[in-house]
Design a protein around this ligand. Structure first.
Ligand SMILES: NC(=O)c1ccc[n+]([C@@H]2O[C@H](COP(=O)([O-])OP(=O)(O)OC[C@H]3O[C@@H](n4cnc5c(N)ncnc54)[C@H](O)[C@@H]3O)[C@@H](O)[C@H]2O)c1
Length: 343
């Protein structure tokens, strides 16, 4: 059976996912599109042999939609999931699940109410060959116990305008998720250090920032997030272990020597760096939908956890101090091995 996917939001990433689903991923087709800009949806629909609709419920309820991909702006994900989940169709929702804890909680409550995990969250780094290998390194314990995780996350330019709170809820949320996944544990506290702003930082905002977290077992995780780094898109994760180190992201590209210098190319956007992760994420999701299997990626609970930590980081940024992170009990619907065993 071909999985006919409806796509909500066909901007930068939504159109890339739609093209992948229509032309690269096996077992899927794109049937229906919705965007707040109807001309944009209609133009892409014409390209893909799909149709466009005027409302989100129309898309979720359509007979020719088996599964839905949500790639609208961050602050409408929760509202659209709440509208669509009663249709009972599988959803791949771009990160973040929500920008507030209350919105994220509402999605969890809706799924628990339906008694089914319908949502996979688009934390695609869990599918990235680099991060997967890093996770294998940690599992094999060749570098011993992880003690410190240093992350670097730099964008060429802030994609939605530079607002420091958004850097935390939209950008750093990737590291918040991948840290939980790599270490198989939750964060206990967070603080945000804002230093001297870079030249493109608007008044009253901070960029770059350093986010420092402690996990429940005391591992220190830090994230340097620089949204207007200008020179390219770069992600690095360096884990210091009790008897070694593992580094993901340094030197993973071709090294070219010419004109008496040696160097590597950097992508301008995440679409270049994580192309394979996006493809593998979509293929894994489509395969799971086809086979009626559990999704291979992050759950709504993972999205909720990441949003809770991001909102505590926003509080820490505003207060300048450490803020505790406490998650409520995990509903049994989300029991399982997605981030490893829990105490
Ligand atoms: N996983 C990743 O690495 C990754 C990368 C980029 C973006 N994203 C996420 O994907 C989402 C979209 O980001 P983008 O970069 O494509 O943004 P974008 O601004 O390029 O596109 C957003 C699209 O949504 C449309 N839109 C606006 N309001 C809408 C609504 N209420 N309903 C439906 N469509 C609406 C806009 O017209 C536009 O076409 C964001 O949540 C972002 O965080 C994830």
């Amino acid at each position: 059976m071909t999985v006919r996917v409806g796509v909500v939001g066909v901007g930068n990433i939504g159109s890339s996912h739609a093209l992948n689903l229509a032309r690269v991923v096996s077992g899927s087709a794109v049937s229906v599109l919705f965007d707040a800009d109807p001309d944009r949806a209609a133009a892409l629909a014409a390209d893909l042999g799909a149709r466009s609709v005027r409302t989100v419920p129309e898309l979720f309820d359509a007979d020719d939609v088996d599964a839905v991909l949500v790639a609208s702006p961050d602050d409408v994900h929760a509202e659209q999931l709440l509208l669509g989940l009663p249709a009972g169709k599988p959803v791949l929702c771009e990160k973040p699940l929500a920008t507030t804890e209350a919105d994220a909680r509402a999605v969890i409550d809706a799924e628990v109410g339906l008694g089914r995990r319908l949502v996979q969250l688009g934390f695609m780094r869990r599918f990235d060959p680099g991060y997967v290998q890093l996770k294998q390194e940690l599992t094999a314990q060749g570098i011993g116990e992880p003690l410190v995780v240093h992350n670097v996350h730099r964008n060429t330019s802030a994609p939605y305008g530079l607002v420091t709170e958004r850097t935390l809820t939209n950008m750093v949320v990737h590291e918040l998720d991948i840290g939980r996944w790599l270490l198989d544990e939750e964060y206990a506290s967070v603080m945000v250090v804002a230093g001297r702003p870079g030249p493109l930082t608007p008044d009253g905002q901070h960029d770059p920032i350093l986010v420092v977290l402690r996990t429940a077992s005391g591992v220190v995780v830090e994230v340097e997030a620089f949204a207007n780094a200008q020179y390219g898109y770069e992600v690095v994760c360096r884990v210091t272990g009790s008897r070694g180190q593992a580094v993901m992201g340094d030197g993973s590209y071709i090294t070219r020597s010419t004109s008496f210098s040696r160097g590597v190319d950097l992508p301008e956007l995440w679409l270049g760096r994580f192309a394979e992760a996006y493809r593998l994420q979509l293929q894994g999701w489509v395969d799971a939908v086809q086979g009626g299997e559990p999704f291979p990626g992050a759950t709504s609970w993972d999205g909720f956890a990441a949003t809770v930590v991001a909102t505590r980081a926003v509080e820490a940024y505003r207060s300048g101090g450490w803020v505790d992170v406490v998650l409520p009990p995990r509903p049994s619907l989300y029991a399982g091995p997605d981030v490893g065993p829990r105490p």
